[in-house]
Design a protein around this ligand. Structure first.
Ligand code: ATP
Ligand code: MG
Length: 574
């Protein structure tokens, strides 16, 4: 049902257009994967700016990662052109940073405060407490969770928290969590500053709201509070950051905090084939409704003998799919605006539960000559290439062209042997991309801040024709024509942390797999290895119990786990 609206709402269906237009009240948009939530968000901003006379600078869109902010900026640019640059698009961290920078003195910070790299904090904490770095690393995680949730920890944890606070003060550096917590504290204790930010942003929008934690919610609320135009968007079925203190009860909380709030739902799944959408909805127990695309190819289940064979299967299947465009073309029909261009590597993604699973894929892809990009959540600030270039950047004469300075610094770092060539090349690419981005706009000071906020995953360049290798967590919000979810084995999916696993963790793992399945537009492959090297040993592995929860009528199976072959052989002896 097209909306029948003119202008910027024409590309939305009736429900989406209704959500995009509903201003003047706090709004919750709750809807499933692929229902166009993010599309609605960008159209809503464009509609406000172009058709309602709201200044672009008065719109604030908040999301979780820098990559997600880049994606929002790109989608906004497509709708608004140059004007999109004036919309404030922030991750929670960069929003906190912007607020603290603007009022450093009143926040009790030195004007030149920096952001501490993870590795640096770990080392300093280990030294301060006289413990190993790995133990210090565990303390860092625990303290981070305490900060996000506002909880009190054990004596040991509180001791570590105090030590970290001392270190931060001495080094004049904040960590990521501090950015959000201290910005929220500042707004709470300085009503005049809060009023300033509320006035500045008359329209506040938050995507992926289901993954918001206590402190992020506090910050959002402080900015959006009485504006009446706070719009939060998300899907409770896709909440996957409970382990980091996020709380999907945030929707209920929003309803309590803003009693006048309206809730709107979007009904249709535009992303996935009917087959994939149906299987996913049945898996999570959501209503099977709003299926727009026809039923197409079944979900392919494949069992390989080993993890290496599993990786080979993925590589060979990608080669088949890319070699036989026609075969897939039929399956891509029925999707509004489906591209007629042939399928490329960039249309394929391989998702896994743990980063370690990427090793076998890398080897198989290298052998097959398949270009790929692995997204790592590692902060680039700690990357040796980045460190080397930033050392060297100080020695390069200041000039107006930041990109040229970065190139010169990379060259100096190479000559001085400060890091190896591949690391430098990689780092140089990231820094050049940042320097050219809207957030930095050629300003060396802002470059340092963006570096501090960026992870390797942020540089997944959508234009490069490469297969994406991603953890299920990193795949949130993205979509690909072809998706492989590998390692569908007990212990991995759902991930088993140990004997203390409970229903809460299992439910979060279930939602995580649901996020993974729903990234697929046209084809979904679920693979497993009968035998895998994991946690120090090669063992036979049982299939994931989640496979049993996928409607068998929507799947087709291939491969053999070798065990059956062995059994068959034994049987044939009788
Ligand atoms: P997720 O929960 O996974 O983040 P989402 O609800 O944000 O999903 P989008 O990414 O906004 O969904 O949209 C999914 C896909 O469907 C996109 O390719 C989008 O362009 C397309 N789409 C959304 N709405 C429409 C529409 N009204 N007409 C045509 N295509 C649409
Ligand atoms: Mg989205």
């Amino acid at each position: 049902t097209p909306s029948g609206r003119a202008g910027l709402l024409a590309g939305l269906d009736a429900d989406q257009a209704c959500a995009a237009e509903a201003t003047g009240v706090p709004l919750m948009v709750i809807a499933g994967p692929g229902s166009g939530k993010t599309r609605m968000l960008t159209h809503r901003i464009a509609h406000l700016v172009r058709e309602c006379g709201v200044p672009a600078t008065a719109c604030l869109a908040v999301t979780f990662t820098r990559k997600a902010t880049e994606e929002l900026r790109a989608r906004l640019a497509a709708l608004l052109g140059q004007e999109a640059r004036q919309v404030a698009v922030h991750s929670f961290h960069s929003l906190g940073l912007a607020i603290l920078r603007a009022h450093a003195a009143r926040a009790g910070l030195a004007p030149d405060f920096g952001i501490a790299a993870e590795a640096e904090r770990k080392a300093a904490l280990a030294q301060a407490l006289g413990v190993s770095e790995s133990r210090a690393g565990r303390f860092l995680k625990a303290v981070s969770l305490l900060k996000r949730t506002g909880a009190t920890g054990t004596d040991e944890e509180e001791n570590a928290r105090a030590a970290l606070r001392r270190i931060a003060r001495e080094q004049n550096r904040l960590d990521f969590d501090d950015l959000v917590v201290q910005a929220a504290d500042l707004l709470e204790t300085h009503p005049d500053i809060a009023a300033l930010w509320r006035e500045r942003f008359s329209h506040v929008l938050a995507d992926e709201f289901q993954d918001i934690d206590e402190q992020q919610y506090r910050l959002l609320r402080l900015i959006g509070e009485d504006g009446g135009d706070l719009c939060v968007i998300g899907d409770p079925d896709q909440a996957i950051y409970g382990f980091r203190g996020a709380d999907a009860a945030c929707f209920a909380r929003f309803g309590q905090d803003f009693p006048s709030a309206r809730t709107l739902r979007l009904a249709n799944n535009y992303r996935s084939t009917g087959t994939i959408a149906t299987a996913a909805a049945r898996f999570i127990g959501a209503p099977v409704a709003g299926i727009v695309r026809p039923m197409q190819e079944p979900i392919a289940l494949h069992v390989a003998a080993t993890e290496a064979a599993e990786a080979e299967f993925v590589a060979a299947t990608i080669e088949d799919l890319l070699g036989g465009h026609d075969m897939l073309a039929a399956n891509r029909g029925g999707r509004a605006g489906a591209a007629d261009r042939p399928l490329g590597f960039a249309d394929c993604a391989v998702l896994y539960r743990t980063d370690a699973q990427a090793a076998a894929l890398r080897a198989a892809f290298d052998r097959a000559g398949i270009p790929f990009r692995k997204s790592s959540p590692a902060p680039i600030q700690d990357h040796p290439g980045v460190v080397a270039i930033l050392e060297a950047l100080e020695d390069v004469a200041a000039g107006p062209d930041l990109s040229a300075r970065i190139a010169a610094a990379a060259e100096t770092a190479r000559k001085q042997g400060k890091a190896d060539a591949p690391a430098l090349a990689e780092a140089r690419g990231w820094l050049a991309a940042l320097a050219a981005s809207d957030a930095v706009a050629g300003d060396a000071g802002r470059l340092a801040e963006e570096i501090a906020l960026s992870t390797e995953a942020d540089f997944r360049d959508a234009r490069a024709d490469r297969v994406s290798l991603l953890t299920m967590h990193a795949a949130k919000g993205l979509e690909f024509a072809v998706v492989f979810v590998i390692g569908m084995e007990a212990g991995l999916v759902p991930f088993s942390w140990g004997p203390e696993d409970d229903e809460v963790t299992e439910a979060e793992e279930r939602r995580l797999f649901y996020v993974a399945m729903t990234r697929a537009r046209d084809r979904l492959f679920l693979t497993r290895a009968a035998e895998r090297f994991w946690r120090g040993e090669t063992r036979l592995r049982a299939p994931s119990p989640f496979l049993g929860a996928i409607d068998a009528a929507l799947t087709t199976s291939t491969g053999t786990d070798g065990r059956k072959r062995r059994q068959a052989k034994q049987l044939s002896l009788f």
